[in-house]
Design a binder for this molecule. Structure first.
Ligand SMILES: [Zn+2]
Length: 99
């Protein structure tokens, strides 16, 4: 007998594939217009989910994509801050250059 609880599914905002909610990273914009990573999945505000595919995370955590998603201007520092929260430490020169 199977007694699995149905897991809530959400779509990744970038690739649109469905994932179990806990396998996604939630980015929230709260009432104050602050944007941050929400590891609890419970922060109030408008949330967007992105899967763990580095390509999706990278596309989503760009300023233009975030601005389009949350329909507001977002300072570059905020983008950097959210990237840090998600664990993407400033991939600038040198880093992430796989050959
Ligand atoms: Zn994705």
């Amino acid at each position: 007998m199977k007694k699995e609880k149905k897991q809530p599914m959400r779509s990744c905002i970038v690739c649109r594939n469905k994932f179990i909610k806990k396998d996604l990273t939630r980015i929230v914009r709260n009432a104050e217009g602050e944007i941050f990573c929400d590891p609890t999945g419970k922060a109030p505000g408008r949330g967007a989910y992105v899967c763990r595919n580095p390509k999706c995370i990278d596309s989503f955590l760009s300023r233009s994509y975030l601005e389009r998603t949350f329909k507001q201007q977002i300072p570059q520092e905020t983008v950097e801050e959210v990237r840090k929260q998600v664990g993407l430490t400033g991939v600038k020169d040198g880093e992430g250059r796989d050959e």
